[in-house]
Design a protein around this ligand. Structure first.
Ligand code: 4EZ
Length: 230
């Protein structure tokens, strides 16, 4: 089975490329796609660049051109839940777009007609992740991830997202990738390690913890790949 592994930033996929060994490199649609065999699976790996539009392009190309049958996202996020500390892992139960606003027409925040406000991740991949966490002795948090084209670095915006969507973490790509996968009927999974807490100190924390948190997420994702059935 061909599996897509994507991140948004180079730092998010570097630890994966460093582990898989030899790979080929193909450029398409402004993105570099790396292909290899790892854990008995064909992988296509890429970083999309930041945000909903670039991540949607990359997810679409991985499915439509590279034939990915499952998609795993690995990266970092801003923590909302008090329980989430820097370096902690959170898997998305569901994702939403916190920056969608057509409330002037009576729609709730995050809702687009004929779309879904929340998109659930694949249940089988989530239970595989829970097994991996137990075996590795890692605490894996499960919760709602809110996505938007904003680096959130304010307590006010963070609280609004928490209250409006009941979100536990936030980032800039998960829900757009979820939307692509839902529309192509591809099982998908989103894992993030916390790099900051999306408030006043977010940009400094992000710079300080991007690499270490990205590595935590990448290690976990590769362990999941090894255990996927063919
Ligand atoms: C977006 N990613 C951050 C990109 C930062 C700097 C050049 C994750 C993320 C995030 N997104 C970590 N912390 C965040 C926060 N506080 N707000 C939004 O997916 C680009």
């Amino acid at each position: 089975m061909k599996i897509a592994i994507m991140g948004a930033m180079r730092e998010e996929i570097d630890p994966i490329l460093a582990t898989v060994g030899e790979y080929t490199r193909t450029e398409h649609a402004g993105t570099v796609f790396y292909e290899c065999v790892y854990g008995g699976h064909e992988l296509v790996i890429a970083y999309s660049k930041i945000g909903k539009v670039f991540s949607a392009i990359t997810a679409t190309v991985m499915i439509e051109r590279f034939g990915a049958q499952k998609l795993l996202f690995s990266g970092v996020a801003g923590g909302i839940s008090e329980e989430l500390k820097i370096g902690d892992l959170v898997m998305a139960s569901a994702l939403c777009q916190h920056d969608v606003d057509i409330v002037a027409f009576g729609h709730p925040y995050g809702f687009i007609p004929e779309g879904s406000l929340m998109i659930d991740t694949d249940e089988i991949l989530r239970s595989l992740a829970s097994e991996v966490a137990i075996d590795m002795g890692i605490d894996l948090y499960e919760g709602i991830i809110a996505t938007g084209d904003q680096f959130v670095a304010s307590s006010e915006r963070k609280s609004w997202i928490q209250q409006t969507f009941n979100a536990d973490a936030l980032e800039m790509e998960g829900a757009s990738v979820a939307c692509v996968c839902q529309n192509f009927d591809i099982p998908f999974f989103v894992l993030r390690a916390i790099s900051d807490t999306a408030d006043g100190g977010a940009s400094e924390d992000f710079d300080a913890f991007l690499k270490t948190s990205a590595a935590v997420s990448a290690t976990f994702i590769l362990e999941m790949v090894k255990r996927l059935e063919n």
